[in-house]
Ligand binder design. Structure first.
Ligand SMILES: *[C@@H]1O[C@H](CO)[C@@H](O)[C@H](O)[C@H]1NC(C)=O
Length: 191
């Protein structure tokens, strides 16, 4: 009786040990899965290379012919650059916000931004170009291709009545805010 009881207890112990080991193995396997999938995640949570190049192109055009603004835009991960914000909750981490307000240096004079430069940023939601002596645009219609745009800040520039294209109101379904305050030549009144 006592012997049988001990044997039963023993097999019970073996079974429990087996289950615990199995459980630990499964846990480990899970951990493996998690850590092997987390390393590519951390690398994708970085700047999209085309967008990094587009930002540098934007800086060149902003500084043309000999300015030195935005000189702090250096390094591989443009999501960490001042004034740049990426969508870190999506796997592509595309740029969602560009704020280069009040960056144009006084000696640089007026700026005519090439709107096509912004079309590389497919998920752009906020664009702040306030206070940069903008007197007009190159390819202004390209602004209407920024389909995810919610906010456009172009106050404190020298834009006239034709400062923004009419197509903005029709083409940009998410556009909530357009700021044109303090433009020397008056707001355009497209809304
Ligand atoms: C505007 O930018 C686009 C895209 O980089 C470029 O292809 C085009 O030549 C530029 N236009 C002018 C007039 O600079």
């Amino acid at each position: 009786m006592g012997m049988r009881c001990i044997r039963l207890l023993h097999s019970y112990k073996v079974a429990v040990e087996f289950l615990v080991t199995l459980f630990l193995l499964l846990l480990r396997f899970d951990g493996c899965q998690a850590s092997s999938s987390s390393s590519p995640t951390t690398t994708t949570h970085r700047c999209v290379e085309e967008e990094r190049r587009a930002l540098l192109q934007l800086r060149d055009s902003f500084n043309f012919p000999n300015g030195h603004a935005l000189s702090y835009w250096v390094g591989d991960d443009c999501c960490k650059w001042k004034g740049v914000e990426c969508d870190l909750f999506s796997s592509t981490s595309r740029v969602i916000s560009i704020d280069i307000s009040y960056e144009r240096q006084s000696e640089q004079g007026t700026w005519y931004p090439n709107a096509t430069l912004f079309t590389e940023f497919k998920q752009l939601q906020t664009l702040d170009l306030s206070g940069n002596k903008i007197s007009g645009w190159i390819n202004v219609q390209a602004l209407c291709q920024l389909h995810n745009l919610k906010e456009l800040w172009v106050g404190g520039n020298n834009l006239g009545d034709d400062g923004l294209p009419w197509c903005l109101g029709r083409s940009l379904p998410f556009l909530e805010e357009v700021s044109l305050w303090g433009n020397n030549r008056g707001p355009s009144g497209i809304f």
